[in-house]
Design a protein around this ligand. Sequence first.
Ligand code: FAD
Length: 505
Amino acid sequence: MGTLTAVGERQHVVIMGAGPAGLTAAYELMKHGVPVTVVEKDPSYVGGLARTVEHNGYRFDIGGHRFFSKNQEVEDLWTEILGPEMLTRDRLSRIYYRGRFFAYPLKAANALWNLGLVETVLCLASYARARVFPIPHPRTFEDWVRNQFGWRLYRIFFKTYTEKVWGISTTELSADWAAQRIKSLDMWEVLKSALLPRRKPSRRDDIVTTLIDSFRYPRLGPGQMWERVAAICDERGQPVVFGQSVDAIKHDRGRVLSVITRTAAGKIAEHPGTDFISSIPVREVIARLDPPAPEAVQKAANSLSYRDFISVALMIDKADVFPDNWIYIHDPTVRVGRIQNFKNWSPSMVPDPSKTCLGLEYFCFEGDGMWTSDDAALVALATKELAHLGVCSADQVFDGVVVRQAKAYPVYDDAYQSHVEAVREYLQSQLTNLHLAGRNGMHKYNNQDHSMMTALLVARNIATGSSYDAWKVNAEAVYHEDVHVGERDMTGRQVPQRLAGEVRS
Ligand SMILES: Cc1cc2nc3c(=O)[nH]c(=O)nc-3n(C[C@H](O)[C@H](O)[C@H](O)COP(=O)(O)OP(=O)(O)OC[C@H]3O[C@@H](n4cnc5c(N)ncnc54)[C@H](O)[C@@H]3O)c2cc1C
């Protein structure tokens, strides 16, 4: 055995993972005077999914990260940590489909104008047909959306992007999931809003519009928030332990005693503590228990699945390529799902204002053809697709870098809730000093704010003996900003349900 961190009678909390949840827990515990050890497998980055990667002075996110919360405590915490470095940014994001940009959130007049007279008439005819001859007993996502919108609108605004994000055919996703999340179309309302002058917005509209139109963002990207918290840990003599992957979680008689970590070079260290917070994937926590969890619990944890993600950052010798923060690519002729323009999130994300850095996002499964493609092939694909979309010419791309992100999205299939419940029941009853927090840490589709809230509650329970239930933190799938007239969500960001009996193994 390598190092053994000394722990006396005093409380000492070992935190697994230095993402938003792990670092929020550390920050809160330090405020209460509780010493912590944060172990992180990445050799240099903190922030997890919310890290900002740097390449030759260009900074980019793993997917653009808006800072927005309905929870004032979280908003205040962000201000407390970064102060004036938190910018308020205007939002512009559009949908690209076959050479045209559609406002997002969708606006009826803009959509009809963009579709052109012929396509609009065809869409209206296809809508009318769907209303008169609906698919009886819609079972799939495709059936349901076609019934509500008609085939043509379904194809433009729903099919491709949903399939790109989730890697599942819309004929395999459940109609219930669509019905819960997509508002049906009232064509009369659409035509009215397209053709008649708009009423004066109410105060509530103003508030919602504000949420839709702007968000906060650290000047140097989301990673800056977590780099600052890590620096504070360091200043207080409790630096993040980098490059240490959790290898085993040792327990005895109902309590975790220590966490064993291993570096890439095979060096082992033991971190004893009185309480343990895990923000690493639930599946890994159960797999690392020593002695092992009961077989049924292992099986439940192993059944949890994830959607993975590749971001290809391309540096372009052009000052302005498009004004949006990001664009949803519904176009079926390319594989890219979304394109981020990082200098539009914050001008400081690029070292030279005459250049641009775009992040092309590809949704995939770890181990599939996209995931295993080599970096040069992915940069070539992204460059080709940018040129195909007319964003820039291939010879304007002067550099490219690939970031693969495993477990970007916890998947909610029909069985996930019972699997999470089995794991949670086991841990809560058998290992009372092991606390789960965060996104993959709880297998919840949490954004940063909810990941942070779970960590705050868990930390407070440990420091003050209170008994908040972190599982009750709202895990709503989508932000306010994505809810708008005509539909609840057209981005496919929410997590779909597969049809019963067709769950990926
Ligand atoms: C594409 C995308 C876009 C997003 N957009 C937004 C957005 O706009 N706004 C927003 O608020 N949120 C957004 N999110 C969500 C946000 O990234 C997460 O809510 C947040 O990062 C979760 O924090 P966490 O600490 O729970 O987990 P993570 O960020 O996953 O951090 C977990 C940490 O644990 C470490 N770890 C894992 N395994 C081990 C191990 N075995 N040993 C040691 N360390 C380990 C990881 O390296 C990581 O640092 C987005 C996420 C994605 C994928």
